[in-house]
Design a protein around this ligand. Structure first.
Ligand SMILES: [Zn+2]
Length: 82
C-alpha cells in the first residue's frame, strides 16, 4: 500500500489531469488523500466560455469563485500561523 504524504497533518490531495477526449473537455479530478471522495474542476466551464470555472458541478465566473475561495484560503494560512 502506498504511503500517504501528509501536508499540515492531513493526507495530500490527489490531483489528476484528464485530457480532452470525445465529448469530455480537459479538466482536473481532485481526490481526497484518504478515500474515494472526489470533485471535478473544469477551468472553462461546460460551455467553454472564458472566465468560467465549474467546481463539483457548480458553475460560476472565476471572479465569483475567487471572492468565495480566496478569503477561505487566506484564513486557513492565518490559522496555521503562516
Ligand atoms: Zn477522504
Amino acid at each position: 500500500m502506498k504511503r500517504l504524504r501528509l501536508i499540515d497533518g492531513v493526507p495530500e490531495l490527489r490531483v489528476r489531469k484528464v485530457k480532452e477526449s470525445g465529448i469530455k473537455v480537459a479538466h482536473l479530478v481532485v481526490q481526497c488523500g484518504c478515500c474515494a471522495n472526489k470533485i471535478e474542476i473544469y477551468p472553462s466551464g461546460l460551455g467553454d466560455q472564458p472566465g468560467l470555472l465549474e467546481i463539483g458541478g457548480v458553475e460560476g465566473s472565476i471572479r465569483n469563485w475567487r471572492a468565495i475561495l480566496l478569503p477561505l484560503l487566506k484564513l486557513g494560512s492565518l490559522r496555521r500561523g503562516k
